[in-house]
Design a protein around this ligand. Sequence first.
Ligand code: PGA
Length: 271
Amino acid sequence: MSHKGFLIAGNWKMHPDTLGEAKAVFASIARKAKSARKTVVVIAPPAPFIRDLGGKGGKAGKSGAKGNANGGRPGIVRMAAQDVSEHHSGAFTGSVSARELRSAGAEYAIIGHSERRAAGDTGEIVAKKAKQALEAGLRVILCVGETERDGHARYLQTVREQVHSVLSAIDKKLARWMTIAYEPVWAIGKSYDSAPKPQDIHEMSIYIRKTAAEVLGKKSGLDIPVLYGGSVDAENAKAILKDASIDGLLVGRESLDPKSFGNIIEYADSI
Ligand code: PGA
């Protein structure tokens, strides 16, 4: 049976330096996305580039979220914010709100990325950010993942707490706009052979869905889309997409390489 359609998301982090470079990389990815029949492609560029790269815009507070849990129809690259403020609006110099990002064209928001957690986002802050994003009509890609694999399975508890603290804080009616990205911190930004094996990702995806079900109930919890992220490249993506029973990938470095990211999209669309 062929797959119903993956979500392939690229997290550009703080790259590239200029809008011109961003447009060049984006144009190439957009061409690939256009020929995808079932794969939803999402790019999270630096926030100032969202509008220029073709964010569709949207009225803050009005959900642009339609279609299945993995996103709208394929063909167009969807824009994601890399983070949102935990506040609704107000005197928070330097912060950007979920509603502003939605208005600039973001349809998704990455929340709780390990680099934001390392910069000070606690579980409580991550939960507030997820709430703000959902209430602004953004789909949330919630990143969870342990810093290290200990021998006593404490890492499972870490992931469980990260999932619980967000899902128990949000309006359950909005839970269908949530995707969870399993991103073990020890596998982010490393060599491509350090990504976990598909079987291992498969086990974690089951654990994450079961954990989600504890909060959301069986139906919504077990159906929650799970992505994998951490040192994905065009090579290891194949086995992960084929054998890890996940709903897609969150790709860092390789999403700035149009050829490699394009190959990932093409492969995802072919299975
Ligand atoms: P990487 O980053 O693919 O460069 O490891 C993944 C991420 O941080 O989301």
